[in-house]
Design a protein around this ligand. Structure first.
Ligand code: TPP
Ligand code: MG
Length: 952
């Protein structure tokens, strides 16, 4: 295959022939025609005195060997050129593939390399013509860069330490601007509107652009990072909570934007597959920092994007080679490293390393010395060129006579124009253009830029640049000159903004381009219609209880979900999300019923096909079975929970997961969901420290409700009974989708089977629902009305049953009337109490209000004992708002494996411990003696020397 070409090439054989001595014939056989060598090896003669491979070359002198290898290399390369000319790149690829397989069979192990040479993926010859007005766009970029800088510098002048970043946007400006002028589709593009994840620290650039676009006035820019002034300000970073008409995607917590964008792109596909949205051309663009790729969330899901063939996803990694403290990978090349990772994962990689000026040199570089020099370049070295410019480049980069020859006659200034690819609009356009056309896999663009680009000597490429928030007057003047901003010297000290008027070419161009692409961006405009919640009958069947039949609250949830799935309005909108735990939660019946979404359907016959409940994957499947990735599943939750805003579709995510792997695992994403005004239900299943029996320390969750406390718009419920759960879900649908409130829900469900009681007869339905939703209601008034001693027991979730048994113990064995309350939400009670407390403090002289908790318990008698399967801090937080002393029981401490009864004894939340705590509280109140307590301990079988579970 290679042979004929070699032999036909007079140069090749001519150069081999004269090689003296032992190089001669044997060498030709072993280099140019590998198959000859194999024949030799296979012959009996050769076998008889087989030499180790490569042995014949050891007799050569170094010069002979070098000559031989040079000739050999030339021959192989010439052959390749020939095949390329005759057969095209496909044939070359095929041959290389065959060659590699062949070598492998011969025992040659080629080192794995997932990288390509460190040059631009798109050669100059393949760049499309630039469709815009380059000069005008340059001018617009200059204006935005100026205003972004002025905004940050001015903010810090007026309020020292207020922060902000200039160097991130300075490096990324061309990347964004080419996108704004030519690619990003705005909301008016309808179904084709793109989703753009802007890098958080680049937000000053987006604000400066919006100012030119006249979406913001000067006041707003002046109040950058000053959101509590009379005139509204601008949030530090993209926060839909703070700027709900502007930002769509919060990105500043590094790593979250990238993973969200992957699941957003997949969710966009899911909507089409499920017939909720027509086919469309929308893209998801995500802008990342190169330092940001350090985060596991950034790269952790890239294989998934490739597996799903998300060619609607484009990542642009701004490789300015620096993060906050210094270089990202000073001793290597982040671009090359990322290329390897992404190619290995199956992404389309476009390297955008070198600007147009380098093309002149590359063209002249026939022997590839420049390309090889690029491969030797490491980022720490590159940074010096960014920081010190042309002379540094001449002295250190062009470090061989061959390289110096390339730049003969070039001035330092010309060398300084050897720009990085990410600052060259023509090259950026080529990369974006190719990315948007690419099919079959996601694309990542690795754009090489300079951090702090053009900001002057103190900032450009320097290690401190990320934190730089101030420029002195000289620097401002230099920047103004460089950007050609018409501001007079005497004005400079005021850090003035500059905006051309609406008749200017700049404004007209901006407007025209954005009009053509679907309007201003970023812009958030929720447009889903309110959807009426299911009526009260939705809850009816749950109010009746299950009689003798024992079911867990998880099963109750599945019943609620199925009911909703059958609902003509809601069924289609439900998005069940599960990270590989459906069987744990008894949800596998849903596999068959509604199917698991798969972009390719099911290409195999499932092993359990004969079963009724087989593992059914389908292109129209409804379940998002995410596998073992809580971060991925939570990203899907966010995508589905914000579809009302991003797509105008009211999808309702029900994300069901192991509660322990919720907030403490993906807390930052849950916080982001709040910021992003996501809607939906997070279902912490197998919840509770003592309810998930055998699993032990890392599985038993006794604190997720505590971790749910800080998220301001998250409502958290720990229902004990079927009807409580149904009431909460219906109300959630009403508040989120009918009233369109920006709240979401956390609901814990357990796996302990229990007979589900009917709604208590002593409460009207309205009062019951009101109590459930506000967090507390009387479930069981004591039948011992005439007893002299009373206690109020507060149970919740799984521990409600222990509270009920404690009440029986107290009444039967100790003559104490025990009223049992169900606490459905500590968070709701706490929020209400704090609100009332605040109101009272701020309204002196007005009749004080009472917290709901206080009102509910005021008329009862006796101390209050609250027990849950969660840490004591939850009930403790209520203690000062209660009308009488409140004792908290809970499950502080590490979990461990054992059965429920033993665990509840260990954590002191079983019926005996609750009863005893109630008696002790009565003793504190003077109603019982120490002697009574000693007897009670004995009677209840509680060992006072028992170890403290908190430290056990
Ligand atoms: C999770 C998280 N950790 C730390 C930070 C603080 N931080 C902000 S910017 C930054 C460096 C960013 O470097 P890079 O991603 O390369 O972006 P660049 O500004 O260079 O474009 C750091 C560490 C953050 N925002 N989020
Ligand atoms: Mg960086």
């Amino acid at each position: 295959m290679w042979g004929p070409r070699v032999r036909a090439d007079p140069r090749g054989s001519a150069r081999v022939a004269p090689t003296p001595g032992p190089v001669g014939r044997r060498t030709v056989a072993r280099t140019a025609t590998p198959h000859v060598r194999r024949r030799e090896r296979n012959s009996p003669v050769a076998d008889a005195h087989e030499e180790p491979r490569g042995a014949d070359r050891r007799t050569l002198s170094p010069d002979e060997l070098a000559e031989l290898q040079r000739v050999e290399t030339r021959e192989w390369l010439d052959s390749l050129d020939h095949v390329l000319d005759a057969g095209g790149p496909e044939r070359v690829t095929e041959l290389i593939d065959l060659l590699e397989q062949h070598a492998h069979r011969q025992g040659v192990r080629t080192p794995f390399s997932s990288t390509t040479p460190y040059v631009n993926t798109i050669p100059a010859a393949e760049q499309p013509e630039y469709p815009g007005d380059l000069a005008l766009e340059k001018r617009i970029r200059a204006l935005i860069r100026w205003n972004a800088m002025a905004m940050v510098v001015r903010a810090n002048k007026e309020s020292d330490g207020i922060g902000g970043h200039i160097s991130t946007y300075a490096s990324a400006s061309t990347l964004y601007e080419v996108g704004f002028h030519h690619f990003f589709r705005g909301l008016d593009a309808g179904h084709d509107a793109d989703h753009v994840f802007f890098q958080g620290h680049a937000s000053p650039g987006m604000y400066a652009r919006a100012y030119l676009e006249r979406r913001f006035d000067v006041e707003r820019l002046r109040n950058f990072r000053r959101e509590l002034q009379d005139a509204p300000g601008l949030s530090s970073y993209p926060h839909p909570w703070l700027m709900p008409d502007f930002w769509q995607f919060p990105t500043v917590s590094m790593g979250l934007g990238p993973i969200l964008s992957i699941y957003q792109a997949r969710f966009d596909r899911y909507l089409v597959a499920r017939d909720l949205k027509p086919q469309n051309a929308a893209k998801v663009w995500a802008f990342l920092g190169d330092g940001e790729t350090d985060e596991p969330e950034s790269l952790g899901a890239i294989k998934f994007a490739a597996r799903e063939r998300l060619d609607n996803l484009i990542w642009v990694i701004n490789c300015n080679l620096q993060r906050l403290d210094g270089p990202v990978y000073g001793n290597g090349s982040i671009i090359q490293e990322l290329e390897g990772i992404f190619r290995g994962a199956g992404w389309n990689v476009i390297k955008l390393a070198w600007g147009s000026k380098w093309d002149e040199l590359l063209e002249r570089d026939e022997d590839g010395v420049l390309a090889r020099r690029f491969n030797r370049l490491i980022d720490g070295e590159s940074q010096r060129y960014a920081a010190f410019g042309g002379p540094e480049l001449r002295a250190r980069f062009f470090d061989s006579p061959e390289l110096q020859e390339l730049i003969e006659g070039w001035s330092d200034e010309e060398l300084g124009q050897l720009n990085r690819g990410g600052h060259d609009p023509v090259k950026v356009y080529a990369a974006f253009h190719r990315a948007t056309l690419h099919q079959g896999s996601p694309t990542v663009i690795l754009a090489r830029t300079v951090k702090g680009y053009a900001l002057g000597e103190s900032a450009e490429g320097k290690n401190v640049t990320h934190q730089q928030k101030k420029l002195d007057e000289d620097e401002m003047r230099a920047y103004r000159d460089r950007l050609k901003i018409p501001i007079d010297d005497d004005q400079i000290a005021k850090f003035p903004f500059y905006r051309p008027d609406v008749d200017s070419d700049e404004y007209r161009y901006l407007k025209e381009r954005r009009d053509a692409l679907g309007g201003w961006l970023p812009r958030r405009a929720p447009r889903a219609e309110p959807l009426a919640a299911p009526g009260p009958e939705f809850v009816d069947e749950f109010l009746e209880g299950t009689g003798e039949r024992e079911v867990s609250t998880t099963m109750v949830f599945v019943t609620v979900l199925r009911k909703l799935l059958r609902d003509p309005d809601w069924g289609k909108l439900v998005v069940p999300i599960i990270p590989d735990e459906a069987r744990t939660f008894g949800m596998e019946a849903l596999f068959r019923q509604i199917g698991i979404y798969s972009s390719v359907g099911q290409l195999y016959e499932p092993v359990d096909k004969v079963n009724l409940l087989y593992y059914r994957e389908s292109e129209t499947g409804q379940i998002l079975e995410e596998g073992i990735t809580e971060a991925g599943a939570m990203s899907s939750f966010v995508a589905a929970g914000t579809a009302y805003a991003t797509h105008g579709i009211n999808t309702v995510p029900f994300y069901v997961y192991y509660s322990m792997f919720g907030f403490q695992r993906i807390g930052d994403l849950a916080w982001l969901a709040g910021d992003m005004r996501a809607k939906g239900f997070m279902l912490g299943a197998t919840a509770g420290r003592t309810t998930l029996a055998g699993e032990g320390l890392q599985h038993q969750d006794g604190h997720s409700h505590l971790l749910a406390m800080p998220i301001p718009n998250l409502l958290a419920y720990d229902p004990a009974f079927a009807y409580e759960l149904a009431i909460v879900v219906r109300e959630g649908l009403r508040r989120m989708y009918q009233e369109q409130e920006s709240v979401f829900y956390y609901v814990t469900v357990g796996n302990e089977n229990r007979a589900q009681p009917a709604a208590p007869a002593h409460l009207e339905r309205d009062a019951l629902e009101d109590g459930v939703l506000r967090g507390l209601y009387l479930f069981r008034p004591s039948p011992k009305k005439r007893s002299r001693k009373h206690v109020q027991l507060l149970g919740s979730g799984a521990i409600m049953h222990e509270a009920l048994r404690a009440a029986e113990l107290l009444e039967r064995d100790f003559g104490v009337a025990a009223h049992v309350w169900s606490v459905t939400s500590y968070k709701a009670l706490h929020r209400d109490a704090l609100e009332v407390e605040r109101w009272n403090r701020l309204h002196p002289g007005e009749p004080p209000r009472r917290a709901y908790l206080h009102q509910a318990l005021a008329d009862g008698r006796g101390p209050i004992v609250a027990a849950s399967d969660y840490v004591k801090m939850l009930p403790d937080a209520l203690a000062r708002h209660a009308p009488r002393p409140l004792v908290a029981l809970g499950t502080d401490g590490f979990g461990r494996s054992d059965a429920r009864a033993e665990l509840r004894d260990h954590f002191e939340v079983d019926a005996r411990h609750i009863a005893y705590a109630a008696l002790a509280a009565l003793a504190d109140d003077g109603q019982l003696t120490a002697d009574d307590l000693a007897k009670a301990l004995e009677r209840l079988g509680i060992d006072p020397g028992k170890r403290n579970p908190h430290v056990a």
